[in-house]
Structure formats: structure tokens, C-alpha cells
Write a protein that binds this ligand. Structure first.
Ligand code: ARG
Length: 298
């Protein structure tokens, strides 16, 4: 049965009541060979069509890939595809999961914009080769869902946080909750600049989240504060211009973040995280940064 939570009063558990889930050990990245801004499907892309410095993008991407390797992750690299400039944001085409029996499953996305729909089959092939059980949403009932751009696993717990309002719709979470047998806390996104949940919520570990508060409704903020002991807030400048909240904390300790987020970086260090800064300026032109340039999987 689906368990989709839309209000804090329906949260009748604490995080430690939830079953545990192993942390991912692999990272998928897609080479930026064909990355560019070729169209505008989010406000960050405006004014940047044709404006990506390809050499710089390649350097930024390679530096990030090396960062994951240095942390000890097994990094899989896929070739990019000509004509699919956004495929490099490989957090978006799927939502992987590992169940209680260790079976690896993945729900393939239904991309919102036509320009990105063809990315999904390339990523699906990769999961097939890894031996994942591939699952699909019923497209008669769900218009769109953009994978781990909007569906974020709670760190090491069987709980999904689901953003909706821009490229993903609320209806998707009913099917996801049912198919994976997990509760989903849904968060309505109310600002176009923070169109994916991963632009305004970063789950750092079981107890700590980094957020940009103005992107959420009051109800959403109440749910976040109810389940996280510590909520670190980014300023509007760092969240919107530097994608501070598109940070990632793959192991609960080390945070990868766009360089120059001085306020958030200080707050993270005060909370005892190790901060690693990366330049992702070329990718910010397309509306993405550290978190959405990779997929964490098992
Ligand atoms: N240009 C891409 C788009 O608008 C950027 C995606 C970034 N991904 C993310 N999860 N924030 O679809």
C-alpha cells in the first residue's frame, strides 16, 4: 500500500524507528563530451545558450570524478550521447534502491521536457548490465518524475523525500511508494529557481540536512524540522547563484560543494563535516552542480 505523507501531523515515527538501508558504494557519472546549454528548460539556463566553455567543463568534471575516487568510491563512467547535452546530469534519469533482501532495483524516470526524454534508455542499459531489476512508472497515471533530482533517500534509512511542482509531479510518489514499499514525505517546491528538490535540500547524514528555506512551503519546513535534528540553512545568494544546496555528502562526513559558498562552508565545518570544494561554474550555467552530476548506487 502506498504511504505518501503530505503533512507533519501524519508523521508518526522518528528516524530511528525506520528500517536501515546500506549506504551506496558506487557512483555513476556521464562524460561531458556533448554537454552544452542548447535550450532553456530552467531559469538558470537563460542567457547561456551556446555559452559553455567545453575545456573548462571537462576539467571541472574530471576533478569531481577524481574526488569520488579519492573517497574510495567505485566510479562508473558512461560516454555522453550526441544531441543529449543534459545527460551529464545523471541524477535525473533514475531512482535506484536496494531492498531488505539486497535486491537492487531502479525506477526509470519520465523526463518532464521533451529535450531530455531520450537520455533515459541510455542509463537504463547501464542498470541492465549491472543486473538491476528495472521498474517503470505507469505513464497513463504519471506525467513526469525526474529520479534523484526530486527523490532523495534519507541517509541509510528506508524513507524517501519527494519534491514536486516543477519537473516531477506529486502523483509519481504514490506509485514509487507502492512499488518500493517505502514511505515518501512529499515536499512542494514553490520557487522556479529551485526546481528540483536537490537544489534546496541536501541530506547530509541521518540527523542533518542543508536547506534553502524559501524554496519550501510552511508545511514542508515543518516536516523537515520534525525529522532532522540539525537543519543548516543556506543564504539566498549561495543557494541560487552558487548552488550551495546541490552539495552532496556521500558518506555522512565528507561534503562535496561548489567553491565559494563561504557562509555554508563555515556552518558545515562548525557542524564537524569535512568540506571539499569543487568548481562547477560551467554546469551551473545549465542549472546543476555537484549533486546532480552523479548518481549514487549500490
Ligand atoms: N539543464 C538540466 C535541466 O534543467 C539541469 C538538471 C540539473 N539537475 C538537478 N537535479 N538539479 O533539466
Amino acid at each position: 500500500m502506498a504511504n505518501v505523507i503530505t503533512s507533519a501531523k501524519d508523521i508518526n515515527f522518528t528516524i530511528s524507528d525506520l528500517p536501515t538501508m546500506p549506504a551506496p558504494s558506487r557512483v555513476l557519472m556521464v562524460k561531458p563530451t556533448y554537454f552544452d546549454v542548447e535550450y532553456v528548460i530552467n531559469p538558470h539556463m537563460e542567457g547561456h545558450v551556446g555559452g559553455v566553455d567545453k575545456m573548462q567543463a571537462k576539467n571541472e568534471w574530471e576533478h569531481l570524478r577524481d574526488g569520488y575516487k579519492e573517497l574510495g568510491f567505485n566510479v562508473h563512467v558512461l560516454e555522453g550521447q550526441k544531441g543529449l547535452p543534459d545527460m551529464v546530469f545523471c541524477a535525473n534519469q533514475s531512482l535506484p534502491y536496494i531492498d531488505e533482501n539486497g535486491v537492487r532495483k531502479v525506477i526509470m524516470s519520465i523526463m518532464h521536457s521533451d529535450q531530455r526524454k531520450n537520455e533515459v534508455s541510455h542509463i537504463e542499459k547501464f542498470y541492465e548490465e549491472l543486473g538491476y531489476k528495472i521498474m517503470y512508472l505507469n505513464s497513463d497515471k504519471v506525467d513526469d518524475f525526474e529520479g534523484m533530482g526530486d527523490g532523495l533517500w534519507h541517509f541509510k534509512r528506508r524513507l524517501l523525500w519527494g519534491g514536486y511542482g516543477y519537473p516531477s509531479s506529486l502523483k509519481a510518489y504514490e506509485q514509487i511508494s507502492e512499488k518500493l514499499d517505502v514511505p515518501v514525505i512529499t515536499l512542494e517546491l514553490k520557487s522556479e529557481s529551485f526546481y528540483h528538490l536537490d537544489t534546496c535540500l541536501s541530506i547530509l547524514n541521518e540527523k542533518t540536512a542543508l536547506i534553502y528555506a524559501d524554496a519550501f512551503t510552511d508545511e514542508g519546513l515543518e516536516m523537515i524540522h520534525k525529522l532532522f535534528d540539525t537543519v543548516i540553512e543556506a543564504t539566498s545568494y549561495e543557494a541560487e547563484k552558487l548552488f550551495a544546496v546541490n552539495a552532496g555528502c556521500p558518506d555522512g562526513k565528507n561534503v562535496f560543494i561548489q567553491q565559494g559558498c563561504t557562509d555554508v562552508t563555515q556552518k558545515l565545518r562548525d557542524a564537524k563535516f569535512s568540506v571539499h570544494e569543487f568548481s562547477t561554474y560551467e554546469f551551473i550555467k545549465s542549472g546543476g552542480s555537484v549533486f546532480c552530476m552523479k548518481m549514487m548506487l549500490w
